[in-house]
Design a protein around this ligand. Sequence first.
Ligand code: NAP
Ligand code: GLV
Length: 307
Amino acid sequence: MALLILMPNRDSSELEGALRRCEPQLDLRVWPQCGDPADIVFVVSWNHPPGELRRFPSLRAVASFGAGVDHMLGDHDFPCGVEVVRMIDDDLVRDMAEYVCCAVLSHRRSWLHYHDLARERRWRPSPYPRSSRVVVLGLGRLGRVAARRLHSFGLDVIGWSRSLKSIEGIKCIQGRPALESALAGADYVACLLPLTPETEGILDASLFACMKPGAYLINVGRGRHLIEADLLAALDQARLGGACLDVFVTEPLPADHPFWNHPRITITPHVASLTNQESVAAQILDSYRRAVEGRPLLNRVDLERGY
Ligand code: NAP
Ligand code: GLV
């Protein structure tokens, strides 16, 4: 019985070291050196080539190396009966909250604007808003902590999710009509949704039309949540004031993409929250042992729901 790391184009050496330190006897393989495919019972995957998992007849479960599982569920040849788990990790949650707070607060306090002015030795103080409202889309493991952190800075936070939540300090809402009325008063909108057929393209012209003119968009969910042409149009028409984007339809963002040079778009290269290879090793081994022993897996993904 072997555990396979299947993460093309990603350096997994830290994870390999951590797994070996935790369990020296582990039969660990690293794709594409899989050995006998029949040995593989558990795979840790990030962007595996579609259809590749079908090569392993004894496969019991696959762990997404991140919080999102869209890269796996988009594989139309995903083998039937194989369970999917995902990473749920304190570092991942903390880092995402930190990124979202940075995006909101640096815009609110004009950090980049003052950075540019300082390069020109210009001293131009201007007032900053006394209050700001943020709408957080998605109140899952990541969204709810980001919402609480934003609230701790004195921001007025509204959180939207599929099922209604109750989170101290956060006004929780569900349903499209409630979202649209919340957007009308929001200065910031942060997308922390999973990518599913229901959420794909949710950040489109119809949503931007509900937003307060000049509002600022933060997308840390997935690139395909956003209709990129609609964002460019909304910025050109000053419907939106700016955007901070960490995820893109095509990653890496192509060199000729219009986002690169847009004066009101801040780009980061999918780094809002990176899985800590050290800290998730114990969780991966626990899932592997459970899969081997036929015990229920933790952090399972509901394949019907898509997250
Ligand atoms: P999660 O725990 O599965 O939570 C998802 C949240 O979205 C839940 O609150 C869910 O509502 C809500 N939701 C799902 N579909 C919805 C819909 N149709 N309408 C309204 N709300 C909906 O996910 P998570 O761990 O917080 O992660 C969220 C996403 O962040 C990941 O899927 C991934 O795409 C992204 N991510 C990005 C980075 C990065 O570096 N940029 C890093 C990690 C993760 P319910 O609570 O009612 O189910
Ligand atoms: C990163 O994007 C993740 O889903 O963990």
